[in-house]
Design a binder for this molecule. Structure first.
Ligand SMILES: [Zn+2]
Length: 191
C-alpha cells in the first residue's frame, strides 16, 4: 500500500487502541512524540525499499536508502515478518532508552505507539496481492483473503477510492462514538 494509506491506517489503529484500552496519564509532549512514533512505525517496514517515502523525508534519504535498504534483504522480506517485528521492537526499545535522558517523555507509551504503527503496516499489506512473508525466513507469503485474485493491488484504484476513504470514515466514527473518552484523555494531560 502507499505511504498515505499506511499513515492513516497507523493512526486509525492507534485511535482504536486509545479508545478501548485504559490509558496512562501522559503529558502533551508524550502524546505528540507518540503520534510521531506511530507515524514512523507505520512506514518503517517499507525502509526495505530504497524508494520508500520515509527515506525521501529524511535529509539525503535517497542515498541512505540505497546503502541501507539492502540490509533488509529486499522489499517485503524480514521487515514484513514476525521475526522482523520482534527485532525492530527490541531495537526501538534500545534506541528509546538511550535517548530517554535527552527527550523527557514516557518512552513506554512512545514504544507502544511505534509498535502499533508497525503492526498496522504489516496488517494492511496482507490485503495486497503480494501478501507478506509473516514467517520469514520460511518462503510463504500470507494474504487476506487467501485467494490472491480477491486481494488489492498496492497503490491501485481500489486502495485510493475505497480503502483510504473507508479508513477515514471509520476513524471519524471511532472518535464520534468514543468522544467522551478522547475528551477525558485531553483533559487529563499532565502539564
Ligand atoms: Zn509494506
Amino acid at each position: 500500500m502507499v505511504a498515505r494509506t499506511h499513515d492513516l491506517a497507523a493512526f486509525t489503529t492507534l485511535s482504536i487502541v486509545a479508545a478501548y484500552t485504559p490509558l496512562p496519564q501522559m503529558t502533551m509532549a508524550t502524546m505528540l512524540v507518540s503520534l510521531a512514533a506511530n507515524f514512523i512505525g507505520g512506514l518503517a517496514p517499507d525502509l526495505d525499499q530504497p524508494t520508500s517515502d520515509l527515506w525521501r523525508r529524511i535529509p539525503a534519504g535517497s542515498i541512505w536508502g540505497r546503502i541501507l535498504s539492502p540490509l533488509f534483504g529486499g522489499h517485503r522480506m524480514i521487515a514484513h515478518s514476525i521475526v522482523g517485528i520482534v527485532i525492530i521492537g527490541i531495537g526501538m526499545q534500545w534506541l528509546l532508552s538511550s535517548i530517554a535522558h535527552i527527550l523527557v517523555v514516557d518512552m513506554n507509551v512512545v514504544w507502544w505507539a511505534f509498535m502499533i504503527g508497525l503492526v498496522s503496516h504489516i496488517f494492511m499489506d496482507t490485503f495486497t496481492k503480494e501478501g507478506v512473508p509473516l514467517l520469514f525466513p520460511l518462503p510463504w507469503n500470507f494474504g487476506f483473503p487467501p485467494v490472491k485474485a480477491l486481494r488489492v493491488k498496492a497503490g491501485g484504484m481500489f486502495e485510493k477510492s475505497v480503502i483510504f476513504p473507508g479508513l477515514m470514515l471509520f476513524t471519524g466514527f471511532i472518535y464520534y462514538i468514543n468522544y467522551p473518552k478522547f475528551l477525558d484523555l485531553f483533559r487529563n494531560l499532565i502539564t
